[in-house]
Ligand binder design. Structure first.
Ligand SMILES: [Fe+2]
Ligand SMILES: [Fe+2]
Ligand SMILES: [Fe+2]
Length: 432
């Protein structure tokens, strides 16, 4: 058995941090917006005496609150229209509502732009309070000018918040913020959001860990945020994940490592969140600098996944998906002496999925063409001969699995698009 003997244990907070960090990379002007809103929300919830569970839910909802905007490729800076606000909040709710244990978090995200005058009439007072907190934290952070010292701006933001108190914003939050502004150290979460994750209110979180199976459950929405951004690749990560998983099985990886391979497939392109949408959707050839920006996504995937205890294996496999055995790949130009079997599997799974999947502008390749391309890449010394041989041996089964999985993912994408705002998933221009 090709077992690496690893048992995956990942802290829940670290895993949420992965997506939160990725979301913040979507735009330079965002800074650490998701981290700020999460930490600020948790601090508000603590001061308002909410239960430890609710503080945790508010923290996570804040860390993920605009995921729907990213998946819909609504530019986050342009979230000013009521329709967009409602749409991306609802999209975020849909992304996470199917995740076990995330039901409340999804609902908070879904209501994070609902005005307080509406929220406070809701039957579920805790949920209304939680959504009001995230809304308020978002209000504060999106008004901060990242280029100026924060402390100088608090009074001005308080003024704006006071005008909306009881209408758009929860008055309890406004009063609390007024007290915090008088004591700016209470707002240190804005300066050191990472430290906030280790304060006493979240101590319990430190002990919440997930096994590989649970990580898989949470990574589904992550893959949707990555894939849904571009209709060209709306099912790509899911396809890569199942192909890589099937190959790992045939190579007799342990159950644990098969899960890790699936996760690596789901997350391999997470760095693409840092690539501007116009480049992902560009129909003509990329300019040299654009090409370099797109290439950077592998390095960004490594950066995002690299810091997480328990995901070392996943990170190594995922971030090597564009490396090639002859050293011609990126981001590091590693060669056959440095690339593990897992990395080689993901490379083959990525190429295989990319050439077989249908894209809006072309049909995927079939049987003979696929074999020719893969054999050609083996001949050039780019892809691993044994992995490609294994794929050829099980081609029919693996390809059927890939096709079904991507069909399911496509249906989910279409349902998501329709449910969010009835837009056609087949439209040809980005909804910016
Ligand atoms: Fe939002
Ligand atoms: Fe936001
Ligand atoms: Fe990639």
């Amino acid at each position: 058995m090709n077992t690496l003997g690893t048992v995956m244990q990942v802290k829940l907070i670290d895993l949420i941090g992965v997506l939160s960090r990725a979301l913040d990379l979507v735009s330079n002007t965002l800074g650490r917006h998701h981290a700020h809103v999460g930490c600020l929300s948790a601090r508000f919830a603590g001061h308002m005496g909410m239960s430890a569970e609710m503080q945790r839910d508010v923290l996570f909802a804040g860390m993920l609150h605009d995921a729907g905007a990213i998946a819909l490729h609504i530019s986050v800076e342009s979230l000013v229209f009521e329709k967009d606000l409602h749409t991306h909040a609802r999209a975020g709710e849909l992304l996470f509502s199917g995740c076990e244990g995330f039901e409340i978090i999804a609902r908070i995200i879904g209501e994070h732009h609902t005005p307080w005058r509406v929220l406070h009439q809701r039957e579920n007072a805790h949920l209304a309070q939680a959504a009001g907190i995230v809304n308020f934290a978002d209000f504060v952070d999106s008004r901060l000018d990242r280029s100026r010292p924060y402390a100088q701006q608090f009074a001005h933001i308080l003024e704006a918040a006071s005008r909306e108190s009881g209408v758009m914003l929860n008055p309890d939050c406004v009063s609390l913020f007024a007290a915090m502004v008088a004591e700016p150290s209470m707002l240190d979460v804005l300066f050191e959001p990472d430290k906030c994750l280790h304060t006493d209110t979240e101590e319990r979180l430190e002990q919440m860990t997930l096994n590989a199976y649970e990580v898989v459950g949470l990574c589904g929405p992550f893959a949707q945020v990555i894939d849904f951004r571009s209709r060209f690749t709306a099912t790509h990560s899911r396809g890569v994940a199942v192909v890589a998983q099937e190959l790992a099985r045939h190579f007799e990886f342990s159950v644990e490592d098969v899960h890790a391979m699936y996760i690596a497939g789901l997350l391999h392109d997470i760095g693409k969140l840092a690539v501007p949408n116009r480049l992902l959707e560009k129909s003509g050839a990329l300019e040299q600098d654009e090409f370099m920006t797109v290439r950077d996504h592998a390095r960004v995937s490594e950066y995002i996944l690299g810091d997480v205890d328990g995901l070392e294996q996943v990170c190594e496999w995922a971030s090597s998906h564009h490396e090639r055995l002859d050293g011609s790949g990126y981001p590091h130009g590693r060669d056959r002496t440095q690339l593990s079997l897992g990395a080689r599997i993901l490379q083959v799974a990525d190429v295989f999925t990319a050439i077989t999947e249908d894209r809006p502008y072309r049909k995927g390749m079939t049987g003979e063409q696929v074999v020719n391309v893969l054999t050609g890449l083996v001949g050039k010394g780019a892809l691993d001969e044994d992995v490609v041989a294994m794929l050829r041996q099980h081609m029919a089964g693996i390809n059927t699995t890939r096709f079904r999985e991507q069909q399911r993912a496509r249906e989910e994408f279409e349902e998501f698009s329709k449910a969010v705002h009835g837009m056609s998933p087949h439209r040809t221009t980005p909804a910016v």
